[in-house]
Design a binder for this molecule. Structure first.
Ligand code: FAD
Length: 520
């Protein structure tokens, strides 16, 4: 057995050396003018998830979009090569990695014509920003807020803005504004995409529409996005950020649903999360108060409170001129909600601080060793009709999350009609569906549990839900078997596979997803 294992190892090492030589040969001419590293590739073999460490044969740091096209053209002559674009490396499961292949670092594109963020106006008066795909959402926010005369901003956001535009558009880009404006992939009107042959294609719903929709939510399978046109709206100055505590899950979700279905929308942002009903610093009452550290009076909780509490999080945008009526307006909106009286927290912050709120907690997590440890996160979409069953099964009665997950356990609804069904993203069939996200933060083993154990716990949660006939779909999916991908895509699978055979028949792009392998 040991002999056979050695033989397999030697064969793998031989293939790796061969791949590396072929890539080096193909890129040699380019490496005179391009920044290509064949040894210093550790960054390309890492991501926020910390579960996969696949070393590529080369990491390319292009300065311009043309550099990316040149690299793709050069690599098109290499058999079985794989290529992954890397945005800001915040994937969980190695999605931006390419074992023995080539990783293209989109953050290094810096020349003004490729990486600038420029605001423009459509004929109908609406604003947009043309953004280099390697730029972070925080950079987009800062640039659009500086628009002279009228500060602007994208309409819809993820919770964390230090993600690249290109990387987020591979998934969907969801957050508390999704119920109102849809995910970020529903707020893009144009893309520039470099195909696997190194051709630059400008695409929109009316021009190269197939590649446009395939690329949105396309998990990096169809091309490298180099630029995106993002829809903007006038930015408010301030935000009233509110948290309300519930003990009853049904009341919590009914109120969330009422808020997302209200027209016009009562609030500009609706999310929610679950905390344990105790004083645990990472998972319990201390996670709720706004401003942070305000007193959480647990004596106000009714006697029937269970092991978990539910926190509705909403936000209302406003400008300095609205302040006289704001308090009254918000009191009116809150009166209809069924949170525990007295367990109501709020704070006024600038719009920028509100959007960048998750980043504010980052230094603390880094100092505590929680940022650089593995993050076996799991994010699921759960149909509305089954969210109460999910709560009962997993949050109320399963030991798997009874002590929390060391980080946020998000639960919030969104509307299917705000998603464009022509994109590649996969969501449940019901009009209202929930994101359930277990964003685990724990110290690396041996100071904390092993990442393998936590991955198994995530899988167990999904197994339990499916055994109870709860039709969960993964957000930020990752599978190792094509049959699981087929199951994930459901009725979209044949179309997705057809698009892949058209735009990347040799399965070069984003190998870290393990959806397709090169034809034999
Ligand atoms: P990377 O990890 O670099 O890449 C992700 C995938 O996109 C890879 O397959 C890669 O090959 C591909 N890719 C990257 N750039 C391009 C490009 N230009 N063209 C083609 N393919 C490309 N998601 C949400 O929707 N909402 C949230 O609120 C949210 N919060 C998060 C908070 C944190 C702390 C973290 C770590 C993640 C969060 N995510 C959220 C998930 C996040 O959107 C995805 O992990 C996203 O892919 C990360 O972007 P990135 O730039 O780091 O991508």
């Amino acid at each position: 057995v040991a002999g056979a294992a050695n033989c397999v190892k030697q064969q793998a090492a031989g293939e790796q050396a061969e791949a590396r030589t072929a890539i080096q040969t193909a890129l040699r001419a380019e490496s005179r003018t391009l920044n290509i590293s064949f040894d210093n590739v550790a960054m390309a073999a890492s991501d926020f998830g910390g579960l996969y460490h696949h070393r590529p044969s080369a990491m390319v740091s292009p300065a311009t979009v043309e550099d990316i096209a040149r690299v793709m053209r050069a690599l098109s002559r290499v058999p079985n090569v794989t290529v992954a674009a890397r945005g800001n490396g915040h994937s969980i499961n190695g999605q931006a990695q390419a074992l023995h292949g080539v990783v293209i670092d989109m953050r290094s594109v810096k020349d003004p014509s490729s990486a600038s963020i420029s605001v423009g106006k459509e004929a109908d008066g609406s604003f947009y920003a043309d953004v280099g795909a390697g730029r972070l959402w925080i950079e987009v926010l800062d640039a659009t807020l500086r628009h002279p005369g009228l500060p602007l901003a994208p309409r819809t956001w993820p919770d964390y803005l230090h993600l690249s535009v290109g990387g987020t558009l591979q998934n969907a880009g969801i957050g508390g504004q999704t119920f109102k404006h849809g995910p970020q992939i529903s707020n893009v009107s144009k893309l520039d995409v470099i195909t696997v042959n190194g051709e630059l294609k400008s695409c929109s719903p009316t021009s190269n529409g197939e590649l446009f929709y395939a690329s949105l939510g396309g998990l990096g399978q169809f091309g490298i996005i180099t630029k995106a046109r993002i829809l903007l709206e006038p930015a408010p100055q301030k935000v009233r950020w509110i948290r309300l505590v519930y003990v009853d899950f049904k009341e919590f979700t009914q109120d969330q649903e009422r808020l997302i279905c209200n027209r016009p929308a009562a609030f500009d942002y609706v999310e929610g999360f679950i905390v344990t009903n105790n004083n645990d610093a990472a998972a319990g009452w201390p996670q709720v108060p706004l401003p942070e550290g305000a007193f959480f009076n647990h004596r106000l909780l009714p006697a029937n409170a269970g092991p978990m509490l539910y926190c509705l999080e909403v936000a209302k945008y406003y400008n300095a001129c609205d302040t006289s009526t704001l308090g009254q307006q918000i009191s009116g909106l809150l009166r209809a909600l069924r949170f525990v009286e007295g367990l109501h927290f709020q704070v006024d912050v600038s719009y920028r601080d509100f959007l960048d709120r998750v980043h504010t907690g980052e230094p603390h997590l880094r100092n505590a060793g929680l940022w650089d440890a593995p993050h076996p996160w799991v994010c699921l979409f759960v149909p509305r009709s089954q969210i109460v069953a999910f709560d009962t099964l997993i949050f109320k009665h399963s030991k798997l999350v009874s002590k929390g997950v060391g980080g946020p356990m998000l639960v919030y609804p969104m509307l299917r009609s705000k998603w464009d069904h022509r994109t590649s993203a996969v969501i449940p069939e019901e009009e209202v569906f929930y994101l359930v996200a277990l964003l685990r933060f724990s110290l690396a083993s041996p100071r904390g549990p092993t990442a393998e154990r936590l991955v198994e716990e995530n899988e167990e949660i999904v197994r339990l839900a499916r055994a109870a006939n709860i039709h969960v779909k993964y957000y930020l999916p990752h599978f190792n078997r094509q049959a699981d991908w087929q199951d994930h895509f459901g009725c979209k699978w044949n179309h997705f596979r057809h698009l892949k055979s058209k735009w990347d028949p040799q399965a070069v792009l984003s190998p870290g997803l393990s959806i397709f392998s090169p034809p034999a």
